[in-house]
Ligand binder design. Sequence first.
Ligand code: 5GP
Length: 365
Amino acid sequence: MEMEGWVSMPKVELHAHLNGSVRDSTLLELARVLGEKGVIVFSDVEHVILKNERSLTEVFRLFDLIHILTTDHKIITRITKEVIEDFASENVVYLELRTTPKKNDSIGMSKRSYLEAVLEGIKAVNTVDVAFRPHNADVSNVKSSSLINDTCNGSTRKEIYVRLLLSIDRRESTEAAMETVKLALEMRDLGVVGIDLSGNPIVGEWMTFFPALKFAREQGLYITLHCGEVPNPKEIQAMLDFLPQRIGHACCFEEEEWKRFKSLNIPVEICLTSNIRTNSVRSIEVHHFADLYNSKHPLVICTDDSGVFSTSLSKEYNLAASAFGLGRRGIFQLARNAIEYIFADDEVKRELKEIFNSSEKKLDQ
Ligand code: 5GP
C-alpha cells in the first residue's frame, strides 16, 4: 500500500516523547540561534541532529543536546504545538504525549512552569481542534470537547484528542519523582492522565522510583514503564510485579519473563524503528512484534521519538505491515484495538470507536 493509505488511516499514538518528537528543522533553527549567541558551536551540533543511526547511548547524548536547545518556556510551548500539529496532520486521532517536567533555576523554570508551558502549547495549536480535558473536568475553557465527526478522509477540519503523561527521568531522586507525581495530580483536570518512567535504562534503581509510582497508582493515575530495554532480570521482575497498566519496549526479556508477561496480559507499546536504530533489537526479522502478534498479546504500534528516529506513525504502520505481512485490515484492527489500552475515560473510547467504525467502511474502497 502507498504511504498515503497509511496516512489517511485513523491512528492511536500512545508512546511519544515530546522532546524526541521535535522536527529536525526546528532543532536546526534553535541550534543556529544558540550558535549565534555563542552558547554552542552550530557546526558541531548540526551533524549530531541530522545523523540517522544512533546507539542507545548516543540517543541519550542527543537528548542532552535537545534539552539545551529547548530550554526555555516559549520553546517548550512552540515544540508542543508543532508536535501535536504533526501528529494530527497524519490523522492521529488520539495522542498520549509524554514529557519530563524540568526544573532549571537559572531561567526560573520549575516543574510546574514547564508543564504550564506545555499546556500553553496545546492551547496554541491552530491547525486542528484539540480536546485535551477529560469529560468530567470543568470544561469552561475547553478548546473542543467532542470529536465525533469523521476525522479522516476529507472532512472539514482535523481533530485530535490529546492526553499528557508526565515522565520520571531515571536520573531523578525519589523526591523529584514524587514532585512530578504531585504535579500530575494537580493537573488532572487539564488532561494529565498518568506517569511514565523513562530515561537512560542503565542509570538509576527501580527502588528509587517505586515510592512515587506506588503513590501515583494509589491516587488513581495510570502508569506505564519503560521495561526491558536492556537485560536486567531483577528490574524486569520488579516492574512486572508492580502490574503497570502498560509497558514500553520489552526488548530484552528472557523466556521466563515472556511467560510471566504474557500471562499478565499487560499491553506493550512497540516502537519498531527506535528498537532497531538503538540496537535494542538486532533486526526487524527477529523483533518480538511477530511473536506477540501471533500470540494475540495486546500491543500498540508507536513512534517513541519521531524526530530523533526520523519516523512517523504512518511509517511505523507501513513498516509493521511490510515486515510482518499484515494487510491494511490487520494494521487497522491493531490501531482500533489500542483504544482499549488508552488512559482516557469511556466517553473518549466510545467516540474513538465511532471514528474507527466510520473509517472502516472506507477501508476496502
Ligand atoms: P522529554 O521527556 O524531555 O520531553 O523527552 C525526552 C526524554 O524522554 C529523554 O531525555 C528520555 O528521558 C526519554 N526518552 C526518550 N526516548 C526514550 C527511549 O527510547 N528510552 C528511554 N528509556 N527513554 C527515552
